[in-house]
Ligand binder design. Structure first.
Ligand code: NI
Length: 135
């Protein structure tokens, strides 16, 4: 893909910190790191729009002994405003389960689903990562 070159001015201290950060992250050069930052900013901007479609993972850790958490989890997943494509369940130990859900739909609905799941009693940890999809 053809590229256009642009010049960007940095304060020396900012550039030093940026170079240290991207070296730690494993970038071979500044251009790729800057392009990734721009892609992230554009993606976040698109995801902020209420109708933006996305695909995302919801990872949760919960104690299956805690009340009716499993029943409530299934109930939320059948809501269907965000389509769940697959789930993975791992029995971590006697009490804890790790579950990863992959869902697609409106980013706002995926976030709403994740918020509902995180709020359940028994869910100890929850994270959601959404990428916008361009259709
Ligand atoms: Ni389990």
């Amino acid at each position: 893909m053809p590229v256009e070159r642009v010049g960007v001015a940095f304060e020396p201290e900012l550039l030093k910190d940026f170079d240290a950060l991207i070296a730690k992250q494993g970038y071979a050069n500044r251009s790729e790191a800057v392009r990734d930052l721009v892609r992230d900013a554009l993606s976040r901007s698109r995801l902020a729009h209420k109708d933006c479609k996305g695909i995302g993972t919801i990872s949760i850790l919960y104690n299956h002994h805690d009340g009716d958490v499993m029943h409530r989890l299934v109930h939320l997943q059948h809501d269907r405003r965000a389509e769940i494509l697959t789930t993975t369940h791992i029995h971590v130990n006697d009490a804890l389960c790790l579950e990863v859900l992959i869902a697609k739909g409106k980013a706002s609905e995926i976030r709403r689903l994740a918020d509902g799941i995180r709020a359940l009693k028994g869910v100890q940890h929850g994270e959601v990562v959404i990428t916008d999809t361009i259709e």
